[in-house]
Design a binder for this molecule. Structure first.
Ligand SMILES: [Zn+2]
Length: 350
C-alpha cells in the first residue's frame, strides 16, 4: 500500500531530529526506561535498510503505518481486512487470529528464530528472545532463567517485550553478548553488532507481515473491481431489453441507467436481483400480446387469402417478430442463469 501523503516525506530527518526521549517518555509514560534502550543499536539497524523500507519502519515504530484504523484513513472502514471482526490497528495487523495471518506470522517467527540462532550467540539470550517473540507479551518471568539475566529481563519488562519489534531493546542484551563473545570464539560479533542483527531480523519479519497484508488488500480490491464490472454489464444488458418491453411495463426501468451504474456494488447487485424477474415477466407479457395480435391479423388474412397462401407482408412481419423474440429469449436465458435471488417489489436502492 502507498504510504499516506499526510506524513512528511523526509521522515528520516524528522525522526533523527526530534526529541525521541521526550516523545517516548510522554507516549508510554516512561521514566528511566528510555535510558535502558540501546539507541545506537536502534539507529544502526534502521540505517541498514534501504530508504523505502526504512521509511516504512519509521512509520511502524511510531505507529503511523496506514492500517485501516489509522486516523488518516477516515473514509475507509477501520476494520481488519482479514477477520472483519476488529479494527485494524498495527498491533492487530501483527496478531490477528485469521488463519492467513496466523500462517504468515508463524512462518515469519520461525524464520526469525532460525536466523537468530544462526548468529551463534548466547543460547540463554536466544531462548529469552524466542519466548518473547513467539507470542505477544509485556513481561517475562525472571525465575525461569539464571539469576545473571534478572536485570536484563527486568529492564525489558519495564520497556515492554512487544517493544522489541519496534527496535527498542535494552542495552543489557549488548552487555551480555559482549561477555559471552569474550568467552566463546563461536561468534565473531560484538554485543552491539549482534543486537543490531537481532533488531534487523525482527524488523524484516514485521516488513514481511506488512507486505503480506498489503498484497491481500490489493488482491481483494482487484477482485472487487472485477465483480463490479460483472454487475454493471448485467445492468446494461437489462436496459438493452427495454425496447422489447411494452411501454406500460417499463416503469421497472424508470431509474436512469447512469444512476443505477453509479450505485455501490451491494446496492447495484440488489437492484439487478429485484429487477431481473420483473423485466422477464414484462417480456413474457409483451410476447403474449404480440402472439395474440399476430393471431388476429393472421386470422383476418386467412379469411381473405386462405391458409395455403398467406400474404407475403404478414409472413415477413411474423418472421421478423420471431427473430426479435428469439433474440429476447436468448438474452433472458443469459440474465436468468446469472441471477438466483427471489424477486422483490420495488426498484429503489436500499
Ligand atoms: Zn483481524
Amino acid at each position: 500500500m502507498e504510504v499516506s501523503t499526510s506524513i512528511p516525506t523526509t521522515l528520516s530527518q524528522t525522526y533523527e531530529s526530534q526529541n525521541v526521549r521526550e516523545f517516548l517518555t510522554k507516549k508510554y509514560g516512561w521514566k528511566g526506561e528510555v535510558d535502558d534502550i540501546d539507541w545506537t543499536v536502534h539507529q544502526r539497524a534502521l540505517k541498514a535498510f534501504p530508504n523505502s523500507r526504512r521509511q516504512t519502519l519509521i512509520k511502524f515504530v511510531h505507529q503511523w503505518l496506514p492500517v485501516n484504523d489509522h486516523k488518516g484513513n477516515q473514509e475507509l472502514s477501520p476494520g481488519c481486512p482479514f477477520c472483519l471482526d476488529h479494527n485494524e490497528t498495527q498491533e492487530h495487523m501483527l496478531y490477528c487470529n485469521n488463519e492467513h495471518v496466523k500462517k504468515c506470522r508463524t512462518e515469519e517467527i520461525s524464520k526469525a528464530i532460525q536466523r537468530i540462532r544462526a548468529l551463534r550467540g548466547d543460547p540463554a539470550l536466544n531462548q529469552i528472545l524466542i519466548q518473547a517473540i513467539s507470542s505477544p507479551r509485556d513481561t517475562l518471568e525472571t525465575r525461569v532463567y539464571p539469576d545473571r539475566y534478572a536485570t536484563l529481563i527486568q529492564n525489558q519488562n519495564k520497556i515492554g517485550w512487544r517493544q522489541l519489534l519496534c527496535g527498542r531493546i535494552t542495552n543489557e542484551f549488548v552487555r551480555h553478548h559482549d561477555n559471552y563473545a569474550s568467552l566463546n570464539k563461536g561468534t565473531k560479533l560484538d554485543g552491539e553488532q549482534w543486537a543490531t542483527c537481532v533488531v534487523k531480523i525482527l524488523w524484516e519479519a514485521v516488513l514481511n507481515i506488512w507486505h503480506h497484508r498489503n498484497e491481500f488488500v490489493h488482491e481483494h480490491a482487484k477482485q472487487s473491481d472485477a465483480h463490479r464490472q460483472v454487475i454493471q454489464d448485467e445492468v446494461r444488458r437489462i436496459y438493452q431489453l427495454a425496447p422489447h418491453i411494452d411501454p406500460d411495463d417499463r416503469q421497472a426501468l424508470s431509474t436512469p441507467e447512469e444512476k443505477v451504474l453509479a450505485y455501490k456494488n451491494k446496492s447495484m447487485e440488489d437492484w439487478v436481483n429485484r429487477i431481473t424477474p420483473r423485466v422477464n415477466q414484462a417480456i413474457r407479457r409483451t410476447h403474449e400480446r404480440t402472439k395474440r395480435r399476430t393471431k388476429a391479423i393472421t386470422h383476418y388474412f386467412k379469411s381473405v387469402s386462405g391458409p395455403q397462401n398467406p400474404p407475403t407482408t404478414t409472413g415477413t412481419r411474423q418472421r421478423s417478430q420471431q427473430v426479435e423474440q428469439s433474440k429476447v429469449n436468448r438474452t433472458k436465458l443469459t440474465v436468468a442463469s446469472f441471477f438466483r435471488k427471489a424477486p422483490k417489489n420495488d426498484d429503489k436502492p436500499p
